[in-house]
Design a protein around this ligand. Structure first.
Ligand code: SIN
Length: 485
């Protein structure tokens, strides 16, 4: 593969119990920028998924029995190896996912940061003592790992979405099984190779690659030896997985779809708002759950904002993520492009106007032009659906109350953004937005120290931060009696 310094990072087999497992059939991993074959990877299924859960269960006693310090040493090795191989990991990620190389390397650092952060945070799993209602009793609370964690992760962040879950799980003392997206398994398998080199024992981190989404998903969500299930992906799939988890009453955390409003108030610093919207909207070609989905602009600054924004978007350079100076890569598939085109076309039929883009790009069948639509209303398909592509719908509002009502008029509640310099507006709007994460005069909000997660149908639980560790722990209450003789 393409000029990697360390070819051993490219693995074609599932990683179960510390060894590489081949299967009878293969699945093809293709580069979305060129359509070329990147690699064939063994296509595992139900049997391998069950084997991985068995391995995670066997390793659990050993791993949870280690001290937080011992686990942190191994996790730090893993972090160091990921950063040492950042260039190669970035190239692998760009080849299978498409995002520009600089962004892919940024994702490796972002993913690795979760491993570093949770390695340290695992040392701070404090319990509690609570004054008891009687003198002969003491109440003590301890925290313990939940057990085996199973997960399904998406193609849009092939490294970081695994790292964010696995780092918290491993730091808590849990063992881990992941089924990565079939479009992007190579990044997951490279992480497994580095976990092994870091000294993370067999069975603690397992990767099962296979295209039997239903069959493997059923095992991961219904297996009695799995204590917790975690998923990042769409809301409809998340709902189905939650209901499957009900049969064994698993602890569940879900990071699902979003429909992020980006509000530009009349007093906003428009240049800063343009840069924030650009970063938030066109990161990963618009394919993130926290991407700006609707840009709400006060009517008094709509003309000025849309001119500046169109000027900035027109400078974006689209192409193969491995080429220099490209800052918007392809979408993941031709189907994803067709879905975006449908949302745009239906919205145009309802009165939206294209001021930039609006078409499938000549560069290749997976490229969609960075697009801006004006005259959009909240009921148009491009505003009421999660676009997951490089399209910015601009919606006008007249006052703060209307902006809040429009912003909250969605079943999603993941991220929201707004730009204002007025302290009163800032507090009222931050408190009034029904979303789990709010960027205030800021378009990029994700980092390892912050609690990432949504409300409403965007999911439950938090990833990253001290709150993220709690999702992998159980609280145990110890009632000690007979003390007062
Ligand atoms: C996502 O799109 O699901 C994750 C985005 C992020 O971590 O910033």
């Amino acid at each position: 593969m393409h000029s990697l310094k360390d070819q051993q990072l490219v693995k074609n087999f599932s990683y179960i119990n510390g060894s590489w497992h081949s299967s009878e059939t293969n699945l093809a991993v293709n580069n979305p920028a060129t359509g070329e074959l990147v690699a064939n990877v063994s296509n595992a299924g139900i049997a391998e998924t069950e084997l991985a859960i068995k391995a995670a269960k066997s390793a659990y006693k050993m791993w949870s029995g280690k001290s937080a310090n011992e686990r942190a040493v191994l996790m730090r090795n893993w972090f160091n190896l990921m950063m040492e191989h950042q260039d190669d990991l970035g190239k692998i990620l760009t080849l299978e996912q498409g995002k520009p190389l600089a962004e892919a390397k940024g994702e490796i650092a972002y993913g690795a940061a979760f491993i570093e952060w949770f390695a340290e945070e695992g040392k701070r799993v404090y319990g509690d003592t609570i004054p008891a209602p009687a003198n002969d009793k003491r109440i003590v609370v301890i925290k313990q790992p939940v057990g085996v964690v199973a997960s399904i992760t998406p193609w849009n962040f092939p490294n970081a979405m695994i790292a964010r879950k696995a780092a918290a799980a491993l730091a808590a003392g849990c063992t881990f099984v992941v089924r990565p997206a079939t479009q992007t398994p190579l990044s997951a398998l490279a992480m497994a190779e580095l976990a092994e080199r870091a000294g993370i024992p067999a069975g603690v981190f397992n990767v099962v690659v296979g295209d039997d989404a239903r069959g493997m998903g059923k095992v991961l969500t219904e297996h009695p030896d799995v204590a917790k299930f975690t998923f990042t992906g769409s809301t409809p799939v998340g709902k189905a997985l939650i209901s499957q988890c009900a049969s064994t009453v698993k602890k569940v955390s879900m990071e699902l779809g979003g429909n992020a409003p980006f509000i530009v108030f009349a007093d906003a610093d428009l240049d800063a708002a343009v840069q924030g919207a650009l970063a938030s909207k066109y990161r990963n070609a618009g394919q993130t759950c926290v991407c700006t989905n609707r840009i709400l602009v006060h009517q008094d600054v709509m003309e000025a904002f849309s001119e500046k924004f169109a000027q900035a978007v027109s400078t974006l350079s689209m192409g193969n993520g491995l080429h220099e100076d490209v800052n918007v890569g392809p979408m993941i598939s031709e189907q994803a492009v067709a879905d975006v085109q449908t949302l745009v076309d239906e919205s145009i039929n309802m009165g939206a106007k294209v001021i930039l883009g609006g078409k499938i790009e000549q560069a290749g069948s997976c490229f969609y032009q960075p697009t801006i639509l004006t005259n959009v209303t909240n009921d148009m398909p491009v505003a009421s659906n999660e676009i997951f592509g490089p399209v910015s719908p601009l919606i006008s509002f007249a006052n703060e109350a209307e902006a809040l009502a429009l912003a909250n008029d969605t079943e999603y509640g993941l991220a929201a953004y707004f730009y204002s310099r007025d302290i009163g507006v800032i507090w009222r709007v931050a408190e009034g937005l029904e979303f789990g994460m709010i960027g205030i005069n800021e378009g990029i909000i994700s980092n390892a120290a912050a609690p990432f997660g949504g409300v409403k149908q965007s999911g439950n639980g938090r990833e990253g931060s001290k709150y993220g560790l709690d999702d992998y722990m159980e609280i145990k209450y110890l009632c000690m009696g007979g003390i007062d003789k």
